[in-house]
Write a new protein. Structure first.
Length: 481
């Protein structure tokens, strides 16, 4: 049976722990949808008005499509566990591979907590009227976030064979929630029209807050690379990955634009909450068409979707420290797998523990919505760093005199690499512009610049400290031989 095929993890230099190939074609399509199409970023983007629709279109053409090209090409050239870590390592050397993987992992330490907070903001609507205020209660939000994170960690330690069903159910919840949202929007528009005019889609007089949205949009469009991080756990990746990337990409792009337009039609941008904007829109539209009953089941389905998103990113990003542990650039115990479930349990536990600490620290200094926005903005910067390497790798491959075609020819690789590299650079730079929810610009910039420097500095520390140990071990092996 395919699910019982065992494959070694390529980055390790000695015998590597064995991982099970449990991800099939439709597992990947659903994984891409639940990882890429994250309704939790739509409210923070739509809050800046109709101009963000143009930003979505620009990002889909200049960032998302090149991302799909890059993932397919690099996954074909360098199959194996690690994805962005492995690709940057092969093209630019060990340190750059480690830095790429490190940023990919640490970004998710910020991003996974935002998913937990969003889950809290939405799930209270499933409890019925009178419970919505709980989302702004720090103690309740913190407790619920930690419980959900612990549950997801346990399920993913049991294995992707179990954890993938959380992703799959989450993707189904995403489709249902998006269909309800967009369907209600179309019904309201057809019956009552809309107050939205062409002027709402023009660049505002003060575009400062809109600038932050571009980085968040690029961040919202990442995820096609996630399956390749788990490359040794895919059934026949060379055959099924390209089609899964294409399907996941098309579905996610259409859902994003549809959800943003619906939110703009249903709720005034001044009234959109970054945590509850989607449910606000459904509540408003449901009351207009006499379907208030739909709010609780919608919130329930959206909560399932959010749990699936958290599971997908937790499972995928934990593979980075796992591979780094095998490569001896981080403590070797991070490369351990569970004796019964064959999963990187140590990396999963560390990831969850650090995420919990970051949530607690931020809760002591800011409100729930500002905490959400600060964590999200720093996650944007760290998440996009591996994409600089990804697109630069395409340019380097295409520029090789001995270029050999694997999936795409030189022109497509050149255009995709250049377009993606420029767009990614802009997304990182614009994330440093504060969003409307930020109350103190100074504290925001300290958080952004300080956080970026801290995590890059930690990457250098781990690489060179544990890199020396790796070099010493190699020397001992040569002497012993």
């Amino acid at each position: 049976m395919p699910n019982e095929v065992i494959a070694p993890s390529t980055p390790a230099e000695k015998e590597a722990p064995r991982l099970r190939r449990v991800l099939g074609r439709w597992d990947l399509v659903l994984l891409f949808v639940v990882a890429v199409f994250n309704l939790n970023v739509v409210p923070s983007i739509a809050a800046n008005g109709g101009v963000t629709v143009w930003l979505w279109i620009i990002s889909l053409v200049l960032f998302f499509w090149p991302q799909g090209i890059a993932v397919i090409e690099l996954a074909q050239r360098y199959p194996g566990e690690g994805g962005v870590y492995l690709w940057a390592k092969k093209q630019f050397g060990d340190f750059h591979g480690f830095l790429s993987g490190w940023c990919y992992w640490t970004n998710n330490m910020m991003y996974v907590p935002t998913i937990m907070l969003y889950f809290v903001g939405v799930s209270v609507f499933a409890l019925g009227q009178g419970h919505q205020a709980l989302a702004d209660n720090k103690i309740f939000a913190l407790t619920a976030s930690i419980i959900l994170l612990a549950v997801l960690v346990v399920l993913n330690i049991i294995g992707l064979g179990v954890g993938k069903w959380i992703n799959n159910i989450g993707a189904i919840g995403t489709f249902v929630a998006a269909a309800v949202l967009i369907g209600l929007g179309a019904t309201v528009w057809l019956r009552f029209g809309t107050d939205v005019t062409f002027a709402d889609f023009q660049i505002p007089a003060n575009p400062r807050f809109v600038l932050n949205s571009f980085g968040v949009i690029c961040f919202g469009l990442v995820g096609l690379e996630l399956a390749s991080v788990m490359g040794d756990e895919i059934e026949n990746p060379r055959r099924i990955l390209p089609g899964a990337v294409a399907w996941g990409g098309v579905l996610s792009g259409l859902l994003y634009i549809g959800a943003t337009l619906t939110l703009l039609i249903a709720v005034s941008k001044q009234d959109i909450s970054v945590l509850q904007g989607i449910v606000q829109a459904v509540s408003h539209m449901g009351s207009r068409v006499n379907a208030v009953w739909i709010i609780a089941p919608f919130a329930f389905m959206l909560s399932i979707s959010i749990a699936g998103i958290g599971s997908a990113w937790l499972a995928g990003s934990a593979r980075i420290p796992f591979v780094a542990g095998l490569d001896s650039y981080m403590p070797s115990w991070l490369g351990k797998v569970h004796p019964s479930y064959s999963t990187p349990y140590a990396a999963l536990i560390v990831h969850a523990a650090v995420s919990m600490i970051l949530v607690i620290v931020n809760f002591t200094a800011a409100g729930v919505q500002e905490t959400f926005q600060k964590l999200l903005s720093l996650a944007v910067v760290l998440q996009l760093v591996p994409f600089l390497y990804m697109f630069a790798a395409l340019l380097k491959i295409a520029a090789q005199p001995s270029f050999t075609k694997v999936q795409y020819g030189k022109p497509i690789l050149f255009f995709s690499g250049a377009s993606g590299l420029v767009t990614t650079t802009m997304g990182i730079a614009l994330a440093f512009f504060p969003a409307a929810q930020i109350t103190s610009i100074l504290s925001y910039e300290i958080w952004m610049f300080g956080g970026t420097l801290l995590f890059v500095g930690l990457a250098a520390f781990f690489f060179f400290v544990y890199g020396r140990r790796k070099a010493a071990r190699k020397l001992d092996e040569v002497i012993a031989a």
